[in-house]
Design a protein around this ligand. Structure first.
Ligand SMILES: *[C@@H]1O[C@H](CO)[C@@H](O)[C@H](O)[C@H]1NC(C)=O
Ligand SMILES: *[C@@H]1O[C@H](CO)[C@@H](O)[C@H](O)[C@H]1NC(C)=O
Ligand SMILES: *[C@@H]1O[C@H](CO)[C@@H](O)[C@H](O)[C@H]1NC(C)=O
Length: 442
């Protein structure tokens, strides 16, 4: 309890600092975290707790950045889905191992040090930039030297063997590990300390204390891996939260609304539509669902069954991801949706920053898009389907196909299509739920 109180004081200081730096003068204070519920903020929105440098200078700049990030993310997820596949980076300067889109607050160590952690449903890792890390662009790293509860995980420990590429360097008894993807790599010391999230404390939280980042991998904040692998936050807190969580992601444009991440079974919505979670034994970190079709207006668009089918052998299928912003579909699925949207809107088509179905008029009547899952339909209203330019009159279909020349197998249902919905991940019961919800700050 004591550490929780201290953590909230530390967080107030962090928030005041972030508020003072924030680019938008009317950013409201983020409400406190309570129970198992954490406030979720958009990493690149106008009220980003990462500070003004995180928010884009212009709308078109933001879109171009985000589309490039999403493209890298898609290739990364696809490489997770398909064993042995690795893509060369297609967007230099992007974070390949992690795209933080939404962040929550937490406290690590004794006395507690405040942190921001990216919410990542497709990652098993739990890492934190630590003091002295070379190549970590973090202004507030975690300093293990001043935490009395910090412990390095020793080399002989069974935990060490669960880390990716564990290594025990000469003259060191501490377990180190590394991650490499394309031209980027991360090196960390496997560590344990006490982590406070909302009102709960995870006494011996195992994480990678980042010591070195090369290439374009360096994350500006920690990572809260919500995948199902053995070292993820979700697996480590199984006794507390029973591998169950839900979130409501706020629109990145909203100043007045923030979302929540609700951990555990308690307080979850009872009335919610669900679809079975599919298990890919090779890729436990990805949340696969069975998307069986897409409707534009009242019409189910013609998508070949093979473009949507789940195949654990090839990794093909549909995943839900919190770290991609705009839904990406395999080419035949995207083209079917896009063609029907264009047919319905019947206005001259233009393109903008990676989106190919834009209209230069404010009077477009956008058809709703309904995602059809096994046992569940999610009808997306305009705010989940259309991205509007902040100036002028252009609006675009906020989805895309895989980048040109790349043959990916994954359909990724991204955050823009999830925002202002409660999305429930119920691992013990093998299901994912969706319900409309305005993410109010209260
Ligand atoms: C936020 O809410 C206040 C009061 O409800 C309102 O005056 C203000 O315009 C809102 N700001 C935004 C950006 O929506
Ligand atoms: C959109 O339409 C307006 C008026 O018809 C025109 O002035 C403007 O150049 C157009 N913009 C684009 C991006 O096509
Ligand atoms: C997906 O749903 C369809 C329709 O209900 C069903 O025929 C198919 O077997 C399901 N696929 C998987 C992998 O569960």
């Amino acid at each position: 309890m004591g550490s929780t109180v201290l953590c909230s004081i530390a967080l107030t200081v962090l928030l005041l600092a972030a508020g003072a730096m924030a680019s938008h003068p009317s950013c409201p204070a983020t409400p406190p975290d309570t129970g198992g519920t954490l406030q979720v903020s958009h990493a690149f929105g106008p009220c980003s707790p990462l500070g003004p440098e995180a928010s884009a200078p212009s709308w078109t700049g933001f879109l171009a950045d985000q589309v490039a990030r999403d493209a890298s993310r898609l290739l990364y997820l696809d490489s997770l889905a398909v064993r042995g596949r690795a893509y060369a980076p297609i967007a230099s300067g992007r974070q390949l191992l992690q795209t933080p889109t939404y962040v929550v607050r937490a406290c690590l160590g004794t006395p507690p040090q405040q942190l921001l952690l990216a919410v990542d449903t497709s990652n098993d890792a739990a890492w934190i930039p630590c003091s002295g890390c070379s190549g970590c662009p973090t202004s507030t790293p975690f300093n293990p030297a001043v935490s009395t509860s910090y412990r390095p995980v020793p080399c002989g420990s069974p935990l060490c063997t669960q880390a990716p590429n564990p290594a025990c360097p000469l003259n060191s008894k501490a377990c180190g590990f590394s991650l490499t993807y394309a031209d980027s790599s991360l090196q960390a010391a496997l560590s344990q300390d006490s982590l406070a999230v909302a009102n709960d404390v995870v006494k011996t939280y195992t994480f990678g204390c980042l010591q070195r980042a090369t290439g374009t991998a360096a994350p500006p904040q920690g990572l809260l891996g919500l995948g199902r692998g053995s070292l993820s936050f979700l697996s480590q807190t199984k006794d507390m939260y029973e591998a169950t969580f839900s979130y409501c992601l706020p629109s990145f444009k909203s100043l007045n609304f923030s979302g929540t991440l609700r951990l555990g079974r308690k307080g979850q919505r009872q009335r919610i539509k669900t679809t079975p979670l599919l298990a890919n034994p090779h890729r436990s970190s990805l949340y696969y669902v069975n998307m069986t079709g897409i409707r534009v207006g009242k019409k189910v668009v013609p998508i070949p069954a093979s473009a949507l089918a789940f195949d654990p052998a090839t990794g093909a299928g549909t995943v839900l991801d919190s770290g991609t912003m705009f839904t990406r579909l395999v080419a035949p699925a995207y083209e079917a949706v896009r063609d029907e949207v264009r047919r319905r809107v019947r206005a001259p088509v233009s393109s903008l920053g990676g989106f190919d179905t834009c209209f230069n008029t404010t009077t477009v009547a956008w058809p709703p898009v309904t995602l059809l899952f096994d046992g569940m339909q999610v009808k997306l209203p305009e705010e989940n389907v259309v991205i509007h330019s902040t100036y002028g009159t252009t609006s675009c279909l906020a989805m895309a196909a895989a980048p040109e020349g790349v043959n990916t197998v994954l359909n990724v249902i991204a955050s823009m299509q999830q925002q202002n919905h409660r999305v429930l991940f119920d691992v013990p019961n093998g299901r994912v739920g969706f319900a409309r919800e305005r993410c109010t700050a209260a």
